[in-house]
Ligand binder design. Structure first.
Ligand code: UDP
Length: 474
């Protein structure tokens, strides 16, 4: 870290946080903003015009910046490539204007905490002579794989000879083909996203801090092994405070919802269900299942012994089999979006059928809910490996040769995970492990816990320097 000047504002600090504008990125950065505000830092979330409208969190300011598509965001851009280039140029310009605006306001910005997918934000921070901190929203395991690629210790494509071969990487368990992030096995599948993921490390050595949404007890081995390349401070899990340390008042939701959550409907329905009798099913904000996969999920849930709440986003509804909603009304509820944490925290929920996005994974661990992993792409494959094989809090559904999880497989997985009277030993072990991870997650975020200390150190540093002037030698 380079030397900084003290401008006499000791005790005050202003941090601007910039997420990639997707639900799974806004949530953890907004949560981090709340933790900074809780410790007396002025925290401002700067996000695209389109997403800024859906954010409302007490004590966190919201400022729009532009991705060049202010009306409807990504949907307006047409392709990942166009979107990311436009966000880089328009985002850099408007972030710079925002920092300038605050210079004369009495609250000059001291630090930009940027989503690691947006390394251009660090360049903007540098131009203004202020701190820049990168925030990784993936697991340490996944980040370390990309880190090894960047440093040339691995090369693309990461293809194994067959399904039984495995890859041994520092700090990680042996990874089979099905465990490796999909972009790396097929680099041509989403070239723009792959480039974005690799760019996380392009200027990282200039960042003043590197934060990871994970915690020491969960991933210490990975983080320690790559610490020279990736000097991460683990500050997670970034899950609303009510479910962990309880210190931030009334903090039960992230405060950002790109779709309208159907809270009351879900709660009323759940209230009538017995304890641990319901599977909560969600594929997050981005995954789009094939019609065939959707059908297999639907009939699997219907034929299983369990009740279910299934989040099917509006854009996916027409893939449900005809008459499905009506024919399962007794045991199943389909909703287009909900407050996932409220669901997971409800006594009626017995398991979480998840696509294994990193936030969902952390939420399942933090709430102590056993999981059935149905990962589809990107880092979800690696997260599923850890859920089943490392943290042992769930099982991963097997796909057939067409990449589809069939109904029989889903039913078998549900049987393994959801508690029946008495419970099999597998179920008991997963449930006990889930409870233990919940305890460790709470400990990490509570006063004196490992993540709490890392956040406190960051805040202390900013406040004690009371600065707005980064001396970069110019
Ligand atoms: N989520 C939610 N309501 C839903 C489904 C998902 O609030 O009905 C939230 C969930 O709590 C998580 C985020 O959306 O914080 C999804 O992030 P994740 O990393 O799991 O997956 P992604 O959407 O990025 O694939």
């Amino acid at each position: 870290m380079e030397e900084i000047k003290n401008d006499g504002r000791r005790g005050h600090a202003h941090v601007v946080l910039i997420p990639y504008p997707g639900q799974g990125h806004i949530n953890p950065l907004l949560q981090f903003a709340k933790h900074l505000a809780f410790r007396g830092v002025k925290a401002t979330l700067a996000t695209t015009h389109y997403t800024a409208r859906s954010i409302c969190a007490p004590n966190v300011g919201v400022e729009p910046i532009s991705d060049g598509f202010d009306e409807s965001g990504f949907a307006q851009a047409g392709s990942e490539d166009v979107y990311l280039n436009s966000f880089k140029s328009n985002g850099s310009r408007t972030l710079s204007q925002l920092i300038t605006k605050y210079k004369s306001s009495g609250f000059p910005v001291d630090c930009v905490v940027y989503d690691s997918f947006l390394p251009w934000a660090l360049d903007v921070a540098r131009e203004h002579g202020i701190y820049g901190a990168s925030f990784f929203t993936n697991s340490a395991a996944v980040s370390s794989i990309f880190c090894l690629l960047h440093s040339g210790q691995l090369s693309l494509p990461l293809k194994l000879d067959d399904d039984e071969s495995s890859l041994q990487l520092p700090g990680l368990p042996p990874l089979k083909s099905r465990d490796i992030p999909s972009f790396l096995q097929a680099p041509g599948s989403y070239p723009a996203y792959l480039a974005m993921k690799l760019s996380q490390f392009s200027n990282l050595e200039q960042a003043d801090w590197v934060f990871g949404n994970t915690f020491e007890a969960l991933e210490w081995e990975v983080a320690r092994t790559v610490s020279e390349l990736w000097p991460v401070k683990m500050i997670g899990p970034m899950v609303p405070s009510a479910y962990l340390d309880g210190r931030i008042e009334d903090d039960r939701g992230y405060g950002a919802s790109l779709w309208k959550p159907l809270g009351d409907e879900c709660m009323e329905w759940l209230e009538e269900k017995p304890c641990q009798s319901v599977a909560y099913v969600s594929f997050g904000s981005m995954v789009s299942l094939s019609a065939e996969q959707m059908e297999e999920m639907a009939w699997g849930l219907k034929d299983s012994d369990v009740n279910f709440i299934w989040v099917v986003r509006g854009s996916e509804l027409d893939k449900l089999p005809n008459g499905f909603i009506e024919s399962t009304r007794e045991k199943g509820l389909i909703v287009t979006w909900c407050n996932q944490l409220e669901m997971l925290a409800h006594r009626a929920i017995g398991c979480f059928v998840t696509h294994c996005g990193w936030n969902s994974t952390l939420e399942g661990l933090s709430l102590g809910v056993p999981m059935v992993g149905v990962p589809k792409w990107a880092d979800q494959l690696t997260d599923a490996k850890f859920i089943e094989g490392v943290w042992r809090v769930g099982v991963r559904a097997k796909e057939d040769e067409k990449g589809i999880v069939r109904r029989e497989e889903l039913i078998a997985c549900l049987k393994q995970v959801i508690l029946k009277s008495g419970g099999s030993s597998d179920e008991m072990v997963m449930r006990r492990n889930a409870r233990e991870w919940r305890g460790l997650a709470k400990e990490a975020m509570s006063e004196g816990g490992s993540s709490d200390k890392s956040i406190a150190q960051f805040v202390e540093h900013l406040k004690s320097r009371g600065r707005n002037g980064y001396s970069n030698g110019n």
